[in-house]
Design a protein around this ligand. Structure first.
Ligand code: ARG
Length: 396
């Protein structure tokens, strides 16, 4: 008997394998958050005279030790545990005895998982913000280093107007700052405390103090009514994955530019050998794979968003086991964005623009010439436009 709910015959191993799937491994990153939420829950039970002071002390110390030992790699969640919640309760009870069996009063894994996920998402948002600011800083360094170099500004992939390395870099930097604000906007959906909603219908007859765990865990408010809690699962996930898809598209567009700039025909940038890969057949090749894979991962980010949205689509209300599968695209999207931010920042620091290879077609100044005629002679813009166009007819 290993699972909390095992009462009769033990579970068919194939059913365990299929239903727990990879959840137990994914839950590794939730251990510290489930520890924190469980301690807050136990403190509340004690304050409500539902748990003795001695049992609270045992539970708190036991959970803290389990959390520290997990950080040190001394134990891992096993398939037989199903998930982090069972893994912790089982180990806690093995360690402190009967008191461990008292911690689950008035809660369910359904509210536990949401609580742990929201606490985790707070940290994930901070890390993604730091990663995004890291790319912004690398773009600013590039701008300070080589910003004065002229670049053609393209529309339709045709030279259109004069631009510069500074403008190119600062344009992306501004959008990435906006992406960071988008990521922070997810806070709106994770600052509701789900704890105490239990399986989704509260804890009838128990004097739980949900406001106490809201305060202890730093949530802004208690999520009410309890029936809304399971309906909200998947929304913060989808919102964050949407913001990450937007972020990844900016990084993908930056990568697409740099891939073009790195072709032999353009030759606008150089990359050190450490940032390019070789070919197994063509001895001369140095390939900019990093940027190709950044570009490709925009597809993965979008797929994660899609997966999260589709899992929730058409579900009836209340907890449904389907919701468990949200963790995979959520963590995958977060990890891919985090890794991409790191490598893009490093690659930006490594690249150099080659001004000797960058040639602006004189025609990129055509609009400016037309503006000068308007300003100096007061003629309508369309008239100035025609006059300037006549100078560049070879292009028509
Ligand atoms: N691992 C589960 C999830 O992520 C936890 C909740 C399980 N609840 C249940 N009733 N089986 O959804």
């Amino acid at each position: 008997m290993t699972r909390l709910w095992d009462k009769r015959a033990s579970l068919d191993a194939r059913v365990l394998q299929y239903t727990a799937g990879e959840d137990y491994a994914l839950d590794e990153r939730l251990v510290r958050y489930d520890v924190r939420a469980s301690i807050a829950h136990a403190q509340m039970l004690h304050a409500q005279q539902l748990l003795s002071v001695d049992d609270l002390a045992l539970i708190r110390t036991g959970l803290q030790q389990l959390g520290e030992e997990h950080e040190r790699g001394q134990w891992r969640i096993e398939l037989a545990d199903e998930d982090v919640h069972t893994a912790l309760e089982r180990r806690l009870t093995a360690r402190i005895g009967e008191a461990g069996g008292r911690v689950h009063l008035g809660r369910s894994r359904n509210d536990q998982v949401l609580t742990a996920l929201r606490l985790y998402l707070r940290d994930a948002i901070d890390e993604l913000d730091t990663g995004t600011q890291g790319v912004v800083a690398a773009l600013e360094r590039l701008s300070a280093r080589q910003g004065d170099i002229a670049l053609p500004g393209y529309t339709h992939m045709q030279q259109a107007m004069p631009s510069s390395v500074a403008w190119w870099a600062e344009g992306f930097a501004a959008e990435l700052r906006d992406d960071a604000r988008g990521i922070h906007s997810v806070h709106r959906r994770i600052e509701n405390n789900p704890l105490g909603s239990a399986a989704g219908y509260g804890a009838p007859g128990l004097p739980l103090d949900r406001a106490a765990t809201t305060r202890a865990l730093g949530f802004e408010r208690t999520q009410e009514p309890v029936t809304s809690v399971q309906l909200s699962r998947g929304k913060a996930e989808s919102q964050l994955l949407f913001e990450l898809a937007i972020l990844m598209q900016d990084l993908g567009r930056l990568a697409a530019d740099l891939l073009l700039f790195y072709t032999q025909e353009f030759g606008f940038i150089d990359l050190p050998d450490a940032f390019t890969t070789g070919s197994s057949i063509m001895p001369q090749k140095r390939n900019p794979d990093v940027f190709e894979l950044v570009r490709a991962r925009t597809a993965t980010a979008l797929a994660c968003l899609n997966e999260a949205l589709f899992i929730c689509a058409k579900l009836p209300s209340g907890y449904q086991r389907d919701l468990q599968l949200l963790k995979f695209p959520l963590f995958r999207g977060i990890d891919i964005a985090g890794q991409t931010l790191q490598i893009v920042a490093a690659a930006l620091d490594a690249l150099t623009f080659r001004p000797e290879r960058i040639h602006l077609d004189p025609a990129v100044h055509a609009a400016q010439e037309a503006y000068a005629i308007v300003v100096n002679e007061g003629v309508p813009f369309r008239e100035a436009y025609r006059r300037v166009a006549a100078r560049y007819t070879h292009k028509e």
